[in-house]
Design a protein around this ligand. Structure first.
Ligand code: IVH
Length: 680
């Protein structure tokens, strides 16, 4: 251990405390006190001091990231079993639950209950020893789970140390649910779609998939939250009941469930459940029910548990937005890339207040997996409360007249041949002139995220296309008011509005334009990433796959697709014509990636001695990560990288009090700064 001046020790301790407090303000209370830049500055200062003096506190926020990937998860036995819950589906069952409890307790009086939302995520246990987060484990089979400590530490809402205005126990197991907010879930899935990765079915799977990762940097890149709702073994602290425990959690900087209430008697419980169900659709997370618990722990103890569930708690499950109907027909629709998507036409059915008459069946593998046939009676669910999905076939209702829907060998719209590539689930229409594709492409081009031409929606695209007025992107900018006035749907004013909207769209940004032109696999997110990294549209002409591949988060699929788009002369011709028609593309996004994200920005490094890579290579690397590589040590040097057999630079650095690090430290530094989730 190095000799550390006490003033530095104090500074490190204060920074650790301050940053942890700001984390709490930001992630738990959602009420930050300082700007992101200030937070980043404190964070950088702390990690610099920690690196320089090798003094790191066990609850240092810098320790949330940077752990190496594991080969496998170790098993952890829970000191006390993690139970599951009995379900109630009606208020009658809730009343039964209360009756049973009062009978078991011989109780005349009304029972006090707490009511909380049921979070739909992954149950975990956090063990704190002497106030420090020591282990985190998944529920597993209830008795034994997996050690996910490294991953859990990356979740900023979880305290690394119990900082309480109340009592700090010697040891405590805190249970809760790790979950992902709905908007984060959507964002993650959009990103995965852009990258051609499989989508998560729901926020629960996304949260569980993010925690059960051997590489903690993946967990760190996902925004996860905790709702703490239970206590296991606790030494050095006692709680009167759930209400007391929840209040202690709040005082100790833990995120507790939203809207916990304590009420007397089961009728009040039912009122509380109704309140939660009412606000359910406005909550930022998915909740599938409410959890009712007997408040007093001594009563809980007396009631005890059955094999897997406690007698003192119950989950009331909200009605899923599901319904049953019959598939009248299955048809294929053709998207802008030619992919043929099968969809089911239903006998209309009302689900959760909305009439549903069709739903996508995604692809033929899905049809095969779910064994869906025309004529089948199926269960339909509105997932995320909007898009309907076929959950399953009710096979008992089959009559024998159901028909398969085979993969078509001709495009259902233009009759051209279809292709299905090896290993791909998608079936495509091969024609470049398929009317469905052309219209979809133009519709996408004009859409809000693209050229944003108000008034050029699906219906008008169809009309203009059918009259031969638009066959491609360029034609949009050749439209004249006289053309529109000849059409049934346009009057003087509406025609002028559309012409104005088209004119306005000529000024656009590179990100929007790249999205608009519909390069396969390039969604809004990928388009923005490209714009951040390429200054002008022309810079993308004949771009090589590798030039895109090095952009973080750009997968192989997107890189090849972008590269082949920009090597096609016909495509480049289209871009030129668009420019000649008056299109101008600016790029306000360019450079944003570097300004914020380069990990070594503002730091100067000098190398001495032999390091594992050639000096030139490492210097180029440092520069590419935003740092500056210099050949001699001076006061402006931030770090000296010391290899084997260091030269006189080492002495000079020491005399100037400059921090020395190894080559591995450099890699770690880049890694941890790159992974710090606030930077994304
Ligand atoms: S109490 C013995 N409270 O639901 C008590 N559980 O279906 C068990 N859950 O395994 C847990 N929100 O993962 C409790 N407010 C809440 C909850 C909750 C979600 C999960 C938990 C449990 C599962 C049982």
């Amino acid at each position: 251990m190095k000799d550390i001046p006490s003033s530095i020790k104090k500074e490190i301790e204060k920074l650790t405390d301050d940053i942890n407090y700001h984390n709490y303000r930001y992630y738990v209370l959602d009420a930050p006190l300082i700007a992101d830049e200030e937070y980043d500055r404190l964070f950088r200062r702390l990690s610099d001091l920690e690196g320089k003096y090798e003094y790191v506190l066990p609850d240092s926020p810098t320790r949330r990231v940077g752990a190496a990937p594991l080969d496998k998860f170790e098993k952890i036995k829970h000191s006390e079993a993690m139970l599951s819950l009995d379900n109630a589906f009606s208020y009658e069952e809730v009343r039964e639950f209360d009756k049973r409890i009062r009978r078991l307790l011989d109780n005349e009086r009304e029972i006090e209950y707490t009511v909380e939302p049921k979070y739909d995520g992954l149950a975990i246990e956090l063990t704190y020893r002497d106030g420090i987060l020591y282990k985190a484990s998944t529920r597993g089979d209830g008795y034994e789970g997996e050690d996910v400590t490294q991953n859990i530490k990356t979740i900023n809402a979880i305290p690394l140390r119990i900082e309480s205005s109340d009592r700090v126990p010697d040891e405590i197991d805190i249970r809760g649910e790790i979950y992902m907010n709905l908007d984060e879930f959507d964002k993650l899935n959009r990103l995965r779609e852009d990258k051609g990765e499989p989508l998560f079915a729901n926020p629960r799977n996304a949260a569980a998939g993010s925690v059960r990762q051997l590489d903690p940097s993946i967990t760190a890149s996902r925004r996860l939250f905790l709702a703490a709702y239970g206590v296991g073994v606790a030494r050095g602290i006692t709680f009167k009941g759930q209400w007391d425990f929840i209040n202690w959690l709040k005082k100790s900087r833990f995120p507790a469930p939203l809207a916990v209430s304590r009420v007397n008697g089961i009728e009040k419980v039912i009122e509380e459940i109704k309140k939660i169900e009412e606000v359910r659709k406005d909550l930022p997370f998915e909740t599938d029910g409410a959890v009712i618990k007997v408040d007093e722990f001594s009563l809980q103890q007396r009631l005890g548990t059955k094999t897997r569930e406690p007698r003192w708690a119950m989950a009331f499950k909200f009605k899923a937005h599901q319904g049953t109907t019959r598939i009248k027909d299955i048809r294929g629709s053709v998207g802008r890339t030619g992919v043929i998507t099968p969809f089911a036409v239903f006998e209309p059915v009302r689900i959760g207040g909305v009439t549903v008459s069709r739903s996508t069946l995604h692809n033929w593998d899905e049809i095969k997996r779910k064994e869906i046939k025309i004529g089948d009676t199926v269960v339909v669910e509105r997932a995320g409360d909007v898009i309907p999905h076929v959950i399953m076939v009710i096979k008992e209702k089959r009559t024998g007249h159901e028909k398969d829907f085979p993969i078509p060998d001709k495009c259902p719209v233009c009759g051209s041949d279809v292709s299905r590539e090896e290993g791909e689930v998608a079936v495509r229409c091969v024609s470049l002139y398929c009317p469905a594709q052309v219209q979809e492409k133009i519709g996408h081009f004009a859409s809000r995220g693209g050229m944003d031409i108000e008034g050029l929606g699906e219906k008008n695209v169809e009309l203009l296309y059918s009259r031969g007025l638009i066959n491609n992107f360029e034609d949009v900018y050749r439209l004249k008011i006289e053309d529109l006035l000849k059409l049934p749907r346009f009057a003087e004013k509406s025609a002028q509005n559309l012409i104005d909207a088209i004119e306005k769209s000529k000024k656009t940004t590179l990100a929007k334009f790249l999205f608009a032109i519909g390069i396969i696999h390039v969604g809004e997110y990928a388009a923005k990433l490209l714009a951040k990294n390429f200054e002008r549209l022309d810079d993308l002409y004949h771009v090589k796959r590798e030039q895109i591949g090095w952009i973080k988060q750009m997968g192989e699929k997107i890189s090849s697709s972008v590269s082949s788009f920009f090597s096609d002369e016909k495509n480049l011709g289209t871009l030129k014509t668009l420019k000649s028609l008056g299109l101008t593309v600016t790029n306000p996004d360019y450079g944003a990636a570097f300004k914020k994200h380069l990990p070594l920005e503002g730091l100067t490094f000098v190398i001495t001695g032999t390091i594992p890579k050639s000096r030139k290579e490492v210097e180029t690397f440092i520069e590419s990560e935003g740092g500056h590589a210099s050949s001699s040590v001076s006061r402006s040097t931030d770090y000296l990288i010391v290899g084997n057999d260091p030269g006189t630079k080492l002495e000079k650095a020491r005399s100037l009090g400059i921090a020395t690090i190894s080559y591995t430290d450099l890699l770690k530094m880049i890694d941890s700064r790159t992974r710090h989730p606030r930077l994304f």
